[in-house]
Design a protein around this ligand. Structure first.
Ligand code: FCB
Length: 450
């Protein structure tokens, strides 16, 4: 591990308005870091299958990823060096239930036992997310989220996790970014499923699965603190045309409100009601809208949208205006929008907010001395954390911030080409190299906790 460290540490943002008990953390997800894909009885996930479809950049796969499955101790030690108080990870459903239901896989459960115990020994609170997109392929073969049985499958899976880990884990998220996986993973690999009717059917069943899992976790775990994690970002038209404005408005409703509105307000957004209606049974909205302890917010950037008549929801990503600042992977940088998004989540949902993902995607490389110097990521984090402090000053109840991500990892359809980590991962040697942003974030946490 490199000991190179740039000094002096770049200036920290204002933190004065954050709560004294504010939680600083990092986030990851199972498929993106674990590897060990064929080990110890793990079943296949839909992402193992997508990776064979030829649609992932460089034909990358999750077979080895960051090898976190074997290197979790080293990774927890990195978190300890960072000084984070919390770590959000996800359980790979096919690792613990290879066929998605039925017989549990003891070695898979034992891996998460070891991880949780290692975290607790390091005084880092585990935040366990049940679903970060790696559906067991065996359930996809039965229709996946299109099948109303998925509600029972997910509730049974939640019960297994609650029974096994509820003595040590108290923070649970049901889903990560349901609007994003419903919009995007559906068009990968299984194009036959990419119909709008299917999108709304799956949307409703994921919402019902959320409600069912909340009830199971609440019933089985004393002191459980439960939420769902939503990606909120404004969708802006990429031109002045009416068609682009209409497309942006349509996708904005789905992207931002299709899940948190029914889960936290007990109703679908008016624009979506006719499409949901065919799938709605009496009592469903009450099953979805269960009491929650917090709102998980993931935010990166505004999205520019253009009309695309033959695409799902009639939109596609559009050109970004030439004067917009971009990350190295082309995502707009706009901390003010983060402040606005925090206010919106606060006003619309009224729950304590934990920012469970925010971060900078780059194409980092070690320099000739082996150090990874990433001032762009530091600037990004400084701007966004500063914006969060402003939101907090204006009364937004924000209680935690987790950087995406602890490690560079498998960035879905972009494979390993996009790097979001505070630690660089050399995918040949699997060595982790803390980037300069790692040291900066460690300094920030130390300053904030003084
Ligand atoms: C989010 C995902 C996460 C990661 C980041 C960059 O949408 O939840 O897995 O890919 O984007």
């Amino acid at each position: 591990m490199s000991s190179n460290r740039p000094t002096p540490a770049p200036q920290l943002p204002l933190l004065a308005s954050l709560r004294p008990d504010f939680t600083w953390g990092v986030s990851t997800s199972s498929f993106q870091i674990e590897g060990g894909a064929r080990e110890d009885g793990r079943g296949l996930s839909i992402w193992d299958v997508y990776c064979q479809s030829g649609e992932i950049k460089n034909h990358d796969t999750g077979d080895i990823a960051c090898d976190h499955y074997h290197r979790y101790r080293e990774d927890v030690a990195l978190m300890q060096r960072l000084g984070v108080q919390a770590y959000r990870f996800s359980v790979g459903w096919p690792r613990v239930l290879p066929l998605g239901r039925g017989l549990a896989n003891e070695p898979g459960l034992a891996f998460y036992d070891r991880l949780v115990d290692e975290l607790l020994a390091a005084n880092i609170e585990p935040w366990l997310c049940l679903y970060h997109w790696d559906l067991p392929q065996a359930l996809e073969d039965l229709g996946g989220w299109q099948n109303r049985e998925s509600v029972a499958w997910f509730a049974d899976y939640a019960a297994l996790i609650a029974t096994r880990f509820g003595d040590r884990v108290k923070r649970f998220a049901t889903f990560n970014e349901p609007s994003i996986f419903n919009l995007f993973s559906r068009s990968l690999g299984r194009r036959d499923r990419a119909s709008e009717a299917g999108l709304y059917r799956a949307t409703h069943q994921v919402n019902l699965s959320h409600g069912a899992a909340v009830d199971v976790l609440r019933e089985k775990i004393r002191g459980a603190s439960i939420g769902c994690i939503h990606n909120l970002q404004p969708c802006w038209p990429s031109s002045a045309s009416e068609a682009d404005a209409a497309a942006a408005a349509r996708v904005a409703v789905y992207w931002n409100y299709a899940f948190p509105d029914p889960q936290c307000r007990g109703e679908y957004p008016p624009e979506m009601r006719a499409a949901i209606e065919p799938h709605l049974q009496p009592g469903d909205l009450a099953r979805i809208c269960r009491p929650l302890d917090w709102f998980g917010l993931n935010h990166y950037s505004p999205v520019y949208v253009k009309a695309q008549a033959d695409a799902m929801l009639g939109y596609d990503f559009g050109e970004k205006p030439a004067d917009v600042a971009l990350t190295q992977i082309g995502w707009p940088i706009n901390p003010e929008v983060f402040d606005e998004t925090l206010r919106l989540a606060h006003q619309r949902y009224g729950l304590p907010i934990y920012v469970l993902e925010n971060g900078y995607g780059g194409i980092d490389k070690p320099d000739e001395t082996g150090a990874v110097i990433d001032p762009e990521r530091v600037d990004f984090l400084r701007g966004y954390i500063g914006a969060m402090n402003s939101a907090s000053a204006s009364g937004v109840d924000v209680r935690g911030y987790f950087v995406w991500s602890l490690l560079d990892n498998f960035e879905w359809a972009s494979g390993y080409s996009n790097r979001f980590g505070l630690n660089y991962v050399d995918y040949l040697s699997l060595q982790r190299i803390p980037k300069s942003s790692f040291h900066w974030y460690a300094d920030l946490i130390r300053a904030a906790r003084q």
